[in-house]
Design a protein around this ligand. Sequence first.
Ligand SMILES: Nc1nc2c(ncn2[C@@H]2O[C@H](COP(=O)(O)OP(=O)(O)OP(=O)(O)O)[C@@H](O)[C@H]2O)c(=O)[nH]1
Ligand SMILES: [Mg+2]
Length: 257
Amino acid sequence: MKQEIFVYFIGTAGSGKSTLTASMQQWCKERGLDAIIVNLDPGAENLPYQPDVDIRDWISLREVMDTNKLGPNGAQIACADMIALNTGDVKESINSFKADYILLDTPGQLELFVFREAGKYTVKFLSPEKSVICYLLDPMLAKTASGFVSQLLLAITTNFRLSQPQINILSKTDLLSKKELELIQRWSSDPDEIYEALCSEEASVHRELSEQILHLIKHIGGYTRLIPTSKKNYFGIEDIYTNLQQQFEGGEDLLKD
Ligand SMILES: Nc1nc2c(ncn2[C@@H]2O[C@H](COP(=O)(O)OP(=O)(O)OP(=O)(O)O)[C@@H](O)[C@H]2O)c(=O)[nH]1
Ligand SMILES: [Mg+2]
């Protein structure tokens, strides 16, 4: 019996989604775990992996631009909506692999998948019960307190929109110093520390708004541990795997014999 867990990699442009998707598949393969990759980005170029299922087989960004005389941004939006029209074929193709892990790489700009109905529909249609969102926080955008809080709000918005179990990941941590990484990890678990940091960041910071935002994050459980990852030496991948297993407790751990 295959587990068929759908794992979506979502994050802002350039946050490392495609790289992490590729690393996770490689990591799984080296441990004899069965993982396929689905590319859901119609505009993807130079992917760091060979997709097993590829939305570009059904939708071409270039064709949509030419046929509808659209610029790249307008065409991306049209393509994002077209994904929903092809979910039947995509699902059939995914099912033919009978894989344990289906790793789905999503479009560059997160708003295309998270804010448009097509993304929500796709997640529900492909697997309403066994989907997990891996939300990537880009460390380059999370180095300042206000940048970090903005990233956290985007992670929460993603959770709000897609309503699926979610793992928050701090990607590309090899680009951070040890001190920077420790600081971001403290911010992610301690509301007082992030408040202090916000207030000392700039004198003009809107204190009342900061307090309300942090209060909101605290009350909706936004302070969760971030899993640090890096493309170097599969750093953090085992942690993601363990988390996936925990999300679906009762599902057998395929690494245990
Ligand atoms: N140093 C470092 N660079 C990384 C890491 N992961 C990704 N990158 C680099 O960051 C850039 C973007 O990575 P991608 O994996 O393409 O990110 P993405 O989120 O898929 O990007 P889009 O789909 O274009 O939004 C590439 O140049 C990667 O080589 C990492 O762990 N460490
Ligand atoms: Mg990508």
